[in-house]
Design a protein around this ligand. Sequence first.
Ligand SMILES: *Cc1c(COP(=O)(O)O)cnc(C)c1O
Length: 415
Amino acid sequence: MLEYLTKQDPEIAQFIKGELQRQRNNIELIPSENFVSVPVLEALGSIMTNKYSEGYSGKRYYGGQEWVDQIETMAIERAKELFNAEHVNVQPLSGAPANLAVYAALLEPGDTVLGMDLSHGGHLTHGHPVTFMAKIFNFVRYKTGEDGLIDFDNLRAMALEHKPKLIVAGFSAYSRDLDYTKFKEIADEVGALTMADIAHIAGLIAAGELNNPVPIFDVVSTTTHKTLRGPRGGMIMCKKEHAKAIDKAVFPGLQGGPHDHQIAALAVALGEAMKPEFKEYAKQVKVNAKVLCDELKAGGLKVMFGEITENHLILADVTPLGITGKIAQTVLDEVRITLNMNTIPDDPRKPMDPSGIRLGTPPVTTRGMKEPEMKQIAAMILKALKNHENEAIKQEIAKEVVELTNKFPLYPEFE
Ligand SMILES: *Cc1c(COP(=O)(O)O)cnc(C)c1O
């Protein structure tokens, strides 16, 4: 691996090789991460990065587009088929720029948007006050109710009160599937447009393992590097009536030239997502999450959102064990288990030291791990958290992690 880079720039080569070893010898549980295939990496690291191609297939501002056009068109066609979409734009550079493009396409400055509260599972780009978007648009936020589910009575009341131009469904920490028809009914009642942000769950939707908002909603944005297991990037799917506005908002509204190497890699990943193996993968992601969830719950963590998961992730309060999310993340880092601290709904603690942890199964499932490994991982997590001041026990767990990961080789193609 990295034959030419090692010769020319050994320092950078060494850092990349160090990261490869980290990925190999750690249990990766960050639910927004994944391990792409070697063919995806090949396309991403290809000479497609050399090309400029502002515009869209058949309508570019530069010459020499005969191959770029074919690649972008194929990515679009594959996405349309996978998600049952009328129109697709594959040029957004990532998830946040994709969301900004949707707002730019559908809204005027000052318009009101109703989105999910961050601490209740929503995303920063859905109007958190720290974002620039929150200065441009008027965001109001709905929450989950006592039972941990999205409170649709409250959502409807807020929609009637604030008359939003856009209602956003989507999340990065909510462990339940969404009933998109309920959002759509409320949106229709108040004359709002509908946007779903499926960044986390696109792969599970493509595989038919979760409800698909694309045929129901006006616009659906996503990242391409989470459960979809493609290169880092963004994608927007929409109804034909919004196609022009979306395309114009992406380019020239917000972006310059598309990242053609990334779009080539996305086309490859979408091709993979059409295969039966990917359906099996998505199914296993859910099964693994359920096992992990049940075991952690039995071990004393308080699982949010009705104490179950219907997708790939789990948000759990660790304070019943007498620790905070920050301590949990640090201790688990020490034993080579990677996840992130996270606020829980209406968290009394601060984001830099919250009450919870968020974890998920897409990366470990890509490595081939199944139910027995999930039980083993849950046991290691609980043991580490309950013995967070015991160095000997933590060292033992770190050793067990390396033994387990060695049984599921990652990128054996790279020596
Ligand atoms: C990850 C995520 C994003 C942002 O994606 P980036 O590629 O990090 O910009 C947007 N929305 C949701 C719901 C996400 O989970």
